[in-house]
Design a protein around this ligand. Structure first.
Ligand code: G3H
Ligand code: 13P
Ligand code: ZN
Length: 349
């Protein structure tokens, strides 16, 4: 089966009232871990690569690994998504490579750090939407800016400086025609999101709920959604790591989001922690080992376990076989004939 589009996965998730995890990958083992978790739980999946991942793995390796996944697991709908595209050119190159979905993160300038103004964001996102939809490819946009800067994406700060304004979210969705909308509600990328278990003063679920009320048909996306579980922090630290105490986004808050229009949930850090903990354990307990398979296999298993758990928690488990997978060509037809129009998006219109 060829790769499918994220739009189809999210439309189906909206019908079924569940969320779909979007997991970042950089190498073969991470793709294998996700696909085994998807098979075990019978889940549709979004596999995403950042610009850094495309550089690290090289585009051609990444693309062929994804094709191998589609060939090996024909029963699983798989969307291949560009995470945090920083320019029209990045999104165009992803589409030309064969990605079936792109994020145009026009909330930041091409440096991935400096916030743009609203008009600049609308303009670049609209340009990507026109190019992508003509080819049947899905587009995610972002309005508002995440906090933190630890992994190179974000405007710094606590995450509360650039929380999404619901009025702007409505105007942005209408003027760009994006298929999915990432919003900023106080989360950040990386492990250090919150200094204690987050409450409503730092994790703005009320804003998310308000945006969903105003844009009930728009698929919302939560970035920075790792939960940074205590047990994973402890494993890393027990075997020689130095993580400071920290809190992520509790799974029950994500589940609340899913009840209010969140269809895509981005998770990278939790998998990084699972992999690192497993590798550190082998190194600490069996220092005589030097065959990479001796530590890459436990690392892959740890990520598989975590991803399967998230797939169940987000509700995508059991839904892989619900629908016939559509090609990008048929999605392009849908955008042309208006059946995939994202309008009207606004409540009451
Ligand atoms: O957006 C953040 C993801 O965790 C990807 O991070 O740019 O280090 O690959 P990265
Ligand atoms: P985490 O760092 O919380 O895993 O977020 C990942 C993300 O948002 C990728 O775009
Ligand atoms: Zn992100």
């Amino acid at each position: 089966m060829p790769l499918v589009t994220m739009r189809q996965l999210l439309d189906e998730a909206a019908k079924g009232g569940y969320g779909v995890g979007a997991f970042n990958v950089n190498n073969m083992e991470q793709i294998q871990a996700i696909m085994e978790a998807a098979k075990e739980t019978s889940s549709p999946v979004i596999i995403q690569a950042s610009r850094g991942a495309r550089q690290y793995a090289q585009d051609r390796y990444l693309y062929h690994l994804m094709l191998a996944a589609a060939e090996l697991y024909p029963e699983i709908p798989i969307a291949m998504h560009q995470d945090h595209g920083n320019s029209f050119e990045t999104c165009k190159s992803a589409i030309e490579l064969g990605f079936t979905s792109v994020m145009m993160d026009g909330s930041l300038k091409t440096d991935g750090k400096t916030p743009t103004d609203f008009e600049e964001n609308v303009e670049v996102t609209r340009r990507v939407v026109d190019f992508a939809h003509e080819r049947g490819v899905t587009v995610e946009g972002e309005i508002g800016v995440l906090g933190g800067i630890e992994d190179g994406h974000g405007a710094g700060g606590t995450g509360l400086e650039h929380v999404t304004d619901p009025d702007q979210a409505v105007e942005f969705a209408e003027r760009t025609g994006v298929d999915a909308l990432a919003i900023a509600i106080g989360t950040s990328h990386g492990a250090y999101k919150f200094s204690k278990k987050p409450d409503g003063s730092v994790l703005k679920m009320d804003i998310l709920i308000e945006i969903h009320k105003r844009l009930p048909k728009t698929h919302l996306v939560m970035h920075g959604s790792s939960s940074v579980p205590k047990d994973l922090q402890e494993i890393v630290n027990k075997y020689g790591g130095h993580l400071k105490e920290t809190w992520g986004v509790p799974v029950e808050e994500i589940q609340l989001g899913i009840r209010h229009g969140v269809r895509k949930i981005n998770v990278d850090t939790d998998n990084r922690l699972a992999i690192t903990g497993a590798i550190r354990k082998v190194f600490a307990e069996s220092p005589e080992k030097f065959d990479p398979r001796d530590y890459m296999k436990p690392a892959r298993d740890a990520m598989h376990k975590l991803v399967a758990e998230r797939m169940t928690q987000f509700g995508q488990a059991g839904h892989a076989g619900d629908y016939v997978q559509k090609s990008v060509a048929s999605m392009a037809e849908g955008y042309r004939d208006g059946s995939l129009s994202t309008q009207p998006l606004v409540a009451g219109r």
